[in-house]
Every structure is written in structure tokens, then in C-alpha cells.
Design a protein around this ligand. Structure first.
Ligand code: NI
Length: 224
């Protein structure tokens, strides 16, 4: 399931982050790719050890931690440190798979979900759409600065060539407490239904029962 999470950062924060990244030292994005992905990857990245990446990476993690929509849809257990990439005119990342496991300080993160946080306003560049293939077909995603897309890490995806301007974004992988996409989608649907019913009939005793079902499914399926 693809989930669009609006306003993880405000447009002002996204612009501030972009300015900080502009002054940092970008390196060839192939440095962080395996041999198969490196053949189709043509962009730039900022190493996670760079102070700007660490500072803004932490800001992004804090913002995600404060987002009820992100928590409810990702049910995150571990998030790898956010990374940053840039595509200039003619740059692209062809169809590839993300790796399954990431070594991070302190833990291995199994990539259940991939996330891209758009940092450049869509009017400032042409092309650069994130194209994701899942069981329903192809989805082209280009979001406002500060918005995030969550998508299954098992999907094949690519970044269309940029034809004007520059596309800067942050991306990260996360391990969910619910490994299976179908189970997680079911929990998200149930939680959304609960929220709607809670607004319409907060005192209905069925609400308590429904919340109980949600938590009991979580108890049955969650890995912690
Ligand atoms: Ni990827």
C-alpha cells in the first residue's frame, strides 16, 4: 500500500533543509548502491556521516515520531538514518530493488517500507517523478515539499530523469512491527474505520470492542 503523508516538514523547514544541503559536499550516489543498482543509478548523495545529514536526519525522525498518521500507517520498529539525494538535469535512477537489510549503528534494519520525503517544490523542476510498481500497476509520485510517500520496500521503483531544475529529497528505510504488507494494510484500514466511527458515535459500546479487536490483532502479529 502506498501512503501519502502530508506536511512532515513545513515548506519553510524543507527550504531551510535544502539550503543547508546545497552547501554540503555531494558525492556520487553509486557509492551507496550494490552492483546491480549502480548500473542504473546516476545521482548524488550526502553521506550519512555528514553533520548536515545527521542534523536534518534527526529533525526528520523527530517529525515522523510526532506524526500520528505516520505511526498508525508504518507501525515502525526501527528506522534507518535518513539519507539525502539530488538529481540534476539528465540524472535518473532506473528500475531497481532496494536491499532487504541495512546495517545501521546499533541494529540491522530490515527494509519493510521505503520512504521518500520530497524537499523541492514540484514547480521548481520537471521530471523526477518517483515511479513505483506494485500489484495494482504503476504509480507516479511527485509531492509538495515536506510531504512523504511510504511504499513497500519489495516494490520495484525508479526516478524519472529530471529535465529542468534539481530534485532534492530525503529517503529512508524502515522496519515495521508488522512485517507483512497485507496484515499492516488491514490494521491501517481498521484504525481508519475506528477513527471515523469514533467521530460519529464515540459512546457506542461497539467502539470499545472494535478497539479491542485492533489491539488483539496487533498483539497477535507485532514483532518487537
Ligand atoms: Ni530505491
Amino acid at each position: 500500500m502506498l501512503v501519502h503523508i502530508p506536511a512532515v516538514l513545513t515548506p519553510e523547514q524543507a527550504a531551510q533543509c535544502r539550503r543547508a544541503l546545497d552547501e554540503a559536499q555531494w558525492v556520487d550516489g553509486r557509492n551507496s548502491a550494490g552492483p546491480a543498482a549502480a548500473r542504473v543509478k546516476n545521482n548524488q548523495e550526502i553521506p550519512t556521516s555528514h553533520p548536515v545529514a545527521q542534523h536534518w536526519g534527526q529533525n526528520i525522525l523527530n517529525a515522523l515520531g510526532a506524526s500520528p498518521m505516520f505511526i498508525a500507517t508504518a507501525l515502525p520498529l526501527r528506522i534507518a538514518p535518513p539519507m539525502f539525494n539530488r538529481y540534476l538535469v539528465g540524472e535518473t535512477y532506473g528500475t531497481h530493488n532496494d536491499a532487504a537489510l541495512f546495517n545501521t549503528p546499533g541494529a540491522v534494519v530490515r527494509a519493510d517500507l521505503s520512504a521518500t520525503l520530497f524537499l523541492t517544490p514540484p514547480g521548481e523542476y520537471d521530471g523526477g517523478e518517483l515511479t513505483i510498481e506494485d500489484i495494482y500497476g504503476e504509480h507516479r509520485v511527485k509531492l509538495a515539499a515536506g510531504d512523504l510517500i511510504l511504499y513497500p520496500a519489495w516494490s520495484q521503483h525508479r526516478v524519472q530523469p529530471v529535465t529542468r531544475g534539481a530534485r532534492i529529497s530525503s529517503f529512508m528505510w524502515l522496519q515495521s512491527m508488522i512485517r507483512d504488507d497485507e496484515k499492516r494494510s488491514l490494521l491501517v484500514d481498521l484504525d481508519r474505520a475506528r477513527a471515523k466511527l469514533n467521530r460519529a458515535a464515540p459512546d457506542n459500546p461497539g467502539m470499545v470492542q472494535m478497539l479491542g479487536v485492533y489491539h488483539n490483532l496487533l498483539r497477535m502479529w507485532a514483532e518487537t
